[in-house]
Structures are given as C-alpha cells and as structure tokens.
Design a protein around this ligand. Structure first.
Ligand code: 13P
Length: 369
C-alpha cells in the first residue's frame, strides 16, 4: 500500500511536469505546417521506394573515386551524379535523393538544374546539412560531435528556395574501448534535436540519423545495447525540443555485429534484433524508418531490409536510404567510362532494394541479373 501511494504521488508529479510542457508547446512562436511535413515524410517511404544517399562530401567521394582510379574533380563528380539521376526507371524505386550542397546548386549534363531534373521524375530532392563529425573535446579519443548548427536557419531557407524538401544530419556514435560515453550520446542527440526543430520550422522534413558505427570488432549484443541507449536519448531530445514526430524520418543503423567481429549473425537474427530495438523506441507517429547501409555488402543490406519487411505488421514504413550499398556496383561498372553499365548496375540495386522494401526480394533475383 505504501509503495503504491508513493508511486501514485510520483506519477502525479510527472503528469504536472508534462502538462506544463504541453502548454508551452502550444505557444510555439511559429506555425508548424504539419500536413506538408507529414505528406513529404510519407512520400519518402512510399511502398516499394527508398532514398538514394548521394550526398558524399567532396572528401568522402574522393575515397569512392580512389577505388576506381577516378580523379576527384568537379567535372567527374557532375558526370557521375548525372549518371545516377538519369538512370531510366530508377524513379520507380526511388522516392528521394539526398544531395551534397554542390550538387543541389549544380546542373545536369544537359544543363537542367539537378533539383528540377529530379522533381520532374517525381523524385524528391533532399540536402545534407551537417558540416561533418568533428573530434569531441573531452570525449573518448575516437568520439565526435556533428557540427553545422550555426547559421543553419539561413542555410535552410536557401536550400528550400533551391528545391530541397527534406534534409539529413548524421550523428556518429563509435563503439570502442571507452566509448560511447554518455557525454557523446547526449551532445549528438541534442544537436539532432536542434537540427530537426530548425528543419521543421522551414517546412523541411529532417532525416534524423544517429549512426552507431558498424565497423568495429564488437558483437551484436553490444550494438543492440548501444543502439538502445542512443535511440532513447534521441527521442528524448526530439520530444524536449518540440519536434513533431509525424514530420521526421529516422535513419538508423541496423543492429549488427561489427565488421571486424569473428561472430557474424544470420540475417534473421539481425532483422529480429533491429526490429526489437526500433519497436522499443520509435513511436508509431513516425511515418518511416530508412536505414543506412553502414558498410554492409550490397546483398546483405538488401537481405536484412527484406527480412524485416517480410516479418510484417510494422507501425512505420521501413525502407532504405543507402549510400554505398546502392552505389558501389554502379561506381565500379562506370569506372569513369562506361555510363550505360553504371546505369544498369544502379537500376539493378535500386530495384532489388525496392523489392526488399516490400518484403518481396529473393536471392534468385540477384543470380538471374
Ligand atoms: P551508407 O549507406 O554508405 O552507410 O551511407 C548512408 C548515409 O547517408 C550515411 O550518412
């Protein structure tokens, strides 16, 4: 009885606290265009479609071009991205494309502005707005915090005028000897909240990307534990910073053993654990979840997404927002010369992932291709 009474008192306090914050939410100094945000977010996770992450910074695309012996010049970046965006039929499987700033303001090879070209195919243009993950002062040696909040409100207006309807901000959480610290999780979650609130103010859907890196030697249990902590922190910040969950897309890592771990789990285990963690933290108000591929092989990234959609009965749309797993084959096939082969490889991976987003993929489809 005594226990019950004190629990009751505590719950009353919690209720008062949350009522106070609901009151102040109503006094939001701007009108949130929730319908526009929700329409865009739902279109981003339309059935059988996902997002092409082609927003590599100039430094990151250099790493990709180095692998195929291509010099990292503006002309090569433009030609390569033109190949992606003029692939016939890719729009059947692609709801949106995340662009790097250079590309958003660039023109296709036929001089059509890129954002206009994408929109003409029914593909929504998006923009990476973070300024990268920088070393975290006082954190564990490998920890970072993502920068780019200063001046973001003004940049968002510029991006919106150029046609961007959604944005991306990637926070990076490393698993290591002494990492992640609560400190790193907290500052990254806080920045994601601030970014998301600013995007919604500008009618731009924020893709909220807290990436727990999958390239260490940790096992799947550790990845599950860390992903659990990170998502709890992120959704806490989104709530505290008055972000409307109906107008976001979550872009998480899957729950998977690090690439250097000797014990790799089967597809079903990864799918089951990933769904378990997402169900714990992601309210059904969120229209969709679009995974990053994080260094998984093309086929595994597709197989994992497919297995989760085959499980069915999910409260959110579940799709892809892959960079490497959509582009690696296209880059290799292109290698700076063979545009048609590059387009064919891009279309194939887009189609495979489109099927996985419906839970209708099968390995035999890879072999026949
Ligand atoms: P990967 O799919 O290569 O992990 O990239 C997705 C992305 O956009 C990371 O921010």
């Amino acid at each position: 009885m005594l226990v019950k009474q004190s629990w009751w008192k505590k719950s009353q306090q919690i209720n008062y606290a949350s009522r106070a914050s609901i009151d102040s939410t109503i006094k939001r100094p701007f009108t949130l265009n929730l319908k526009t945000l929700n329409d865009t977010a739902r279109a981003m996770v339309a059935p059988g479609k996902g997002i092409l992450a082609a927003d590599e910074s100039t430094a990151t695309i250099k790493k990709r071009f180095d692998k195929i012996g291509i010099e990292n010049t503006w002309a090569h970046r433009r030609a390569y991205r033109d190949l992606l965006f003029t692939t016939p039929g890719f729009e059947q499987y692609t709801s949106g494309v995340i662009l790097y700033e250079e590309t958003l303001f660039d023109k296709a090879l036929d001089e059509t502005p890129i954002a206009k070209l994408l929109a003409s195919k029914g593909v929504i243009p998006g923009i990476k707005v973070d300024m990268g993950a920088k070393p975290l002062a006082g954190g564990a040696p490998e920890e970072t915090v993502t920068e780019g909040l200063d001046g973001l409100r003004e940049r968002l207006e510029k991006y919106k005028a150029a046609g961007a309807r959604f944005a991306k901000w990637r926070a990076v959480i490393t698993i290591g000897e002494d990492a992640p610290t609560d400190y790193a999780i907290h500052v990254n979650a806080h920045a994601l909240g601030r970014y998301a609130a600013l995007c919604q103010e500008a009618d731009i859907v924020p893709i909220v990307e807290p990436e727990v890196l999958m390239d260490g030697d940790n096992d799947i249990d550790t990845c599950e534990e860390v992903t659990d902590l990170v998502l709890a922190a992120v959704f806490g910040e989104l709530y505290a910073q008055r972000v409307a969950l109906e107008g976001i897309i979550l872009k998480p890592n899957m729950v998977i053993a690090g690439a250097q771990c000797n014990n790799q789990n089967d597809v079903e285990e990864v799918a089951e654990r990933t769904l378990r963690v997402l169900r714990r933290h992601v309210p059904s108000a969120v229209p969709g979840i679009a995974f990053l591929s994080g260094g998984q092989s093309d086929i595994l990234a597709t197989a994992h997404l497919d297995a989760m959609n085959k499980a069915g009965n999910l409260p959110w749309g579940l799709t892809f927002s892959y960079g490497r797993a959509l582009q690696a084959a296209a880059q290799k096939a292109w290698s700076g010369k063979n545009v048609e082969a590059g387009k064919a490889a891009h279309l194939h991976r887009a189609r495979m992932n489109g099927l996985a987003a419906l839970g209708k993929w099968d390995t035999s489809l890879e072999k026949s291709a």
